[in-house]
Design a protein around this ligand. Structure first.
Ligand code: TXA
Ligand code: MG
Length: 342
């Protein structure tokens, strides 16, 4: 179905499945989500089991109306209202102190809860039909890239969920920006489509968790999920930074070596460089300067490398400002922070 033509009968069915304690995968504007009743501890357990996810990694509670916030959050700080006003519905998740209504199974044992109001209309209708509070991690098996089309959800979760709603391609392609509002200063725990600068335009000063872009920041990430090697393709990946021609020739040299050693290679290129590579599988994420297109394509390409059984992957690096920050954060995580400077 599409956002313009929502099949309300199917939505009601999906809502009933969730209210009865089952799981439904559904589209959002960022990536597909794996939804269960956020207020039912058994549903949250089922989500962890279906994903193969460690249960200390908390889930995001999705709501469809701002009023829903007050029943799952203790005290709502002024900053939360300001951000909600500006960015909801949309790709922003806020961490707030939870109320007693939210079971610890949903929050991975924490006293705080992550809340987001998605902009996708299929998601909104489904959340309402499901009772208003849907816990939903990305609808991938743990350790795989988040799904950007329903087919990828089925690849990972068929037989593990009661229903998959196909809403076509997602718009953004990377998970929501997460901002923590429970400490003195607001802090970005996961970069996304809404940038730190966007947040600072509303809140003046916003920090960023320093583990996001550094290999060894000497501390654990504040969002428990960011410590896992998520977004990981099966092949061993390296990000290569430097001047374009040198990057291309370095990667080609490595690919020739790999070929001699009988290892299958893949390259994440851009439209500008694609024709210059000699790897077994070369894919462009789009034009280097079109960050939105790159965000949309990245996870699809990582999955394609898995399908093509690529063993060694080289990726060009991108400018890490604006949305580029989210792109580089995901690439660095996929690469386990393996970076080569040429
Ligand atoms: O765009 C998105 O946010 C997608 C769609 C489906 O809405 N969902 C998503 O969920 O990416 P998930 O579970 O894949 O990622 C949630 C992240 C994890 O890194 C988790 O550790 C963090 O949010 N998180 C959740 N609750 C938290 C909390 N109370 N404190 C700190 N981090 C939290
Ligand atoms: Mg995820």
């Amino acid at each position: 179905m599409t956002e313009e033509q929502i099949d309300m009968e199917l939505i009601r069915e999906a809502g009933k499945i969730i209210r009865d304690g089952g799981l439904v995968a559904f589209p959002t504007e960022t990536v597909y989500g794996l939804g269960g009743d956020a207020l039912n501890p058994l549903s949250s357990r089922k989500i962890y089991a279906a994903k193969g996810r460690p249960s200390d990694n908390p889930l995001i509670v999705h709501i469809a109306d701002q009023q829903a916030l007050s029943s799952i959050v203790g005290e709502i700080p002024g900053n939360a209202w300001k951000l909600a006003e500006r960015f909801w519905p949309g790709p922003l998740t806020m961490i707030l102190h939870k109320s007693d209504r939210v079971p610890r199974e949903t929050t991975g044992g924490l006293d705080t809860v992550a809340v987001r109001m998605p902009a996708n209309r299929i998601a909104q209708e489904m959340i309402r039909a499901a009772g208003g509070y849907v816990a939903a991690p990305s609808a991938n098996r743990s350790g795989r890239p988040s799904p950007t089309v329903a087919r990828y959800v089925a690849e990972d979760l068929a037989g593990r969920v009661e229903m998959i709603i196909d809403g076509g391609d997602v718009e953004i392609g990377l998970e929501s920006t997460i901002v923590d509002l429970t400490s003195d200063r607001p802090m970005v725990l996961r970069p996304g489509y809404i940038t730190r600068q966007d947040l600072e335009n509303v809140l003046s000063e916003v920090e960023e968790d320093r583990t996001l872009m550094e290999a060894d920041a000497g501390q654990a990430p504040k969002a428990p999920g960011m410590k896992y090697r998520h977004y990981a393709p099966k092949g061993e990946m390296t990000v290569v930074k430097g001047v374009e021609e040198q990057v291309v020739s370095y990667i080609n040299e490595r690919c020739r070596e790999c070929r001699d050693a009988g290892r299958r290679t893949g390259v994440i290129a851009t439209d500008e460089t694609l024709s210059g590579y000699c790897a077994d599988v070369c894919r462009s994420v789009g034009c280097r300067h079109d960050e939105e297109a790159i965000a949309r394509e990245l996870y699809r390409i990582l999955r394609e490398f898995d399908d093509e059984a690529v063993e060694v992957i080289y990726a060009e690096a991108f400018d890490d400002s604006g949305i580029g920050r989210a792109i580089m954060n995901r690439l660095l995580k996929a690469a386990g922070h393996r970076v080569h400077l040429v």
